[in-house]
Design a protein around this ligand. Structure first.
Ligand code: G3H
Length: 541
């Protein structure tokens, strides 16, 4: 492979960055939230360098964004103790609050969070290199998610506010919280995907220990005071630092009731094994994927290219739902590859705040090197980069590479690249992509591009028990958030959507009474005189 170190970006000096996008001074976070107190940390801190490089006296360097605390097992166990006190065996202030009161607290939280939009969006953009447009989208989508969660809970509560009578037994069935939830989100959606578990867990009455991903910590700093002010002490505790140091002791304590984790299957398996009572642990996991695109012979190629590029390269391909391998029928192979490569080469690479930018710096350390190793391995086994400038890189900037022909035996064939490489395979029989999906260790989504309803229907039926979402002439994606988001095999555990999330963080719990006069009198008295928060017919409007 030729040396592909080459930049196509003009790196600005700090003075050249427009004021509205600039981070004026580094963010040295030295606080964490524990027991309702924002505590000062004087121990070691993790330095944070943005993936975005700037020109410092002619040298291109990653911008020093700040630092955050590297807590130890001691602080982590303090967070656990504080969570236990807030939960208090389910009798704490928060878990016993009425649904209406919890909704009020979360509504206040979202209202205050909205005021931090600009600050959070700016840090998010710098911390993980997401385009300004997508950083704003992530923030706004999160706000809508929280508001939709409130509405979904109102609905759920209305349904639960009635009595059922069956076989002579009166019952009121509600969903009760599970206890202490450990929430860990991913770096690619550090705000949104954290909140798609944290908020439903909280609003249902659980208490939360929250550890942000390694990349994507500082953007959460503006929220610490809001957690503190909107929720009772200990209901939200934050921990930062090395996962093995701060998370290991939490899991080993056996006191975590729910693990809400978005990340790799390898890490989730380690965490689950650390828990001494696996039967007491519920896991809600969003894991890896290698979603294929299948381009049928009659596909609308222009549409397949448009959706394919979006699907493969939104946020530089760093999405679990990204299209990570393309199966193209041999009859349209040349046309598809030519059009696809042209579309990829026309993408704008640049700084995240630039108007119309598509491809931005890669967030993870050494990511360009990993991407290059995939290309090298594939090239050694017979593939080549077919798009202009594909695979060229400089510091954190990587030119998306379209690889063809990809074959079994190449690493990129089955490994999840989580970055801007698009492997293309040619197939002659539809059994080839189907077999790929069947034997894959992942089972999240697929995109099928074609026009023939008969063939598409057959594929739907063949694939519906293999994966969890079949997209027709559309890229793979999580949204809309009211749709279930899940996967089979190593792709997920549990289902997340606005309404499903309320269910996964709770357990159905009921009061039952044989239908006789004494019980009817007792229930009537409790309900009419509002003697219980659980056994109640109060209706939230
Ligand atoms: O990383 C995986 C995300 O859940 C993808 O969400 O399809 O909305 O980008 P998205």
């Amino acid at each position: 492979m030729n040396d592909k170190k080459k930049s196509s970006v003009k790196y600005p000096t700090i003075e050249e960055i427009p004021k509205e996008f600039k981070i004026e001074k580094p963010i040295f976070q030295d606080e964490y939230l524990c027991g309702g107190i924002i505590k000062k940390w004087t121990g070691p801190r993790q330095e944070v360098y943005s993936p975005v490089c700037i020109n410092e006296n002619g040298k291109i360097k990653r911008f020093h964004l700040g630092s955050y605390p590297q807590l130890t097992a001691k602080e982590s166990l303090e967070a656990l103790k504080s969570s236990e006190e807030a939960w208090n065996h389910g009798r704490g202030e928060w878990p016993t609050m009425t649904v209406e009161e919890r909704i009020k607290a979360v509504s206040l939280f979202v209202q205050k969070m909205k005021e931090k939009r600009e600050e959070i969006v700016r840090i998010l953009m710098w911390e993980i290199g997401k385009t300004l447009k997508d950083s704003r989208k992530e923030f706004d989508r999160t706000i809508i998610y929280i508001q939709d969660t409130i509405d979904a809970l109102k609905n759920l509560d209305r349904i639960s506010s009635r009595f059922d009578i069956s076989e002579g037994v009166i019952g009121q069935i509600r969903r009760a919280p599970l206890g202490i939830v450990l929430c860990m989100g991913p770096f690619n959606y550090p705000l949104n995907e954290t909140f798609t578990t944290l908020i439903p867990a909280l609003i249902m009455g659980n208490v939360v220990i929250f550890k942000p991903p390694k990349l994507g910590v500082l953007l959460h700093r503006p929220l610490l005071e809001i957690y503190r002010d909107c929720f009772p002490p200990g209901v939200v505790n934050t921990v930062y630092g090395d996962g093995a140091t701060v998370i290991g002791p939490l899991m080993e304590s056996g006191k975590i009731n729910v693990l809400a984790f978005i990340g790799s299957c390898k890490v989730s398996n380690i965490l689950k094994k650390q828990h001494p009572y696996p039967n007491r642990l519920r896991s809600v996991l969003g894991l890896g994927a290698k979603n294929p695109a299948i381009i049928l012979p009659d596909a609308d190629i222009e549409l397949a290219v448009k959706e394919g590029v979006l699907g493969a390269l939104s946020y530089n391909g760093q999405r679990c739902t990204a299209l990570k391998v393309f199966f193209v029928h041999k009859s349209i192979r040349d046309k598809f590859i030519t059009m696809f490569s042209e579309a990829v080469s026309s993408l704008k690479i640049g700084m995240p705040w630039e108007e119309g930018v598509d491809i931005t710096p890669l967030a993870e350390d050494n990511k360009c090197r990993y991407m290059t190793e995939y290309i090298k391995d594939a090239e050694e086994k017979g593939a080549r980069v077919v798009n202009e400038s594909g695979g060229e890189y400089f510091e954190t900037e990587f030119n998306p590479a379209v690889l063809f022909p990809v074959k079994p035996g190449m690493r990129i064939y089955e490994e999840e690249q989580f970055g801007p490489i698009i492997p293309i395979l040619e197939y002659s029989d539809i059994s080839e992509p189907i077999d790929y999906i069947v034997s894959s260790e992942f089972g999240q989504q697929v995109s099928i591009f074609g026009k023939d309803p008969e063939q598409i229907a057959k594929l739907i039926d063949m694939l519906a028990n293999q994966i969890c979402r079949i997209n027709i002439n559309s890229q793979c994606q999580r949204g809309p958030d009211t749709f279930p988001f899940t996967g089979r095999k190593d792709s997920a555990e549990g289902t997340l959507s606005v309404s499903d999330a309320l269910r996964v963080f709770t357990i159905r719990t009921l009061v039952g009474a044989k239908e006789h006069d004494l019980n009817k009198e007792i229930i009537n008295d409790i309900v009419k005189n509002h003697k219980s928060k659980f056994l109640s017919t109060d209706f939230i409007f």
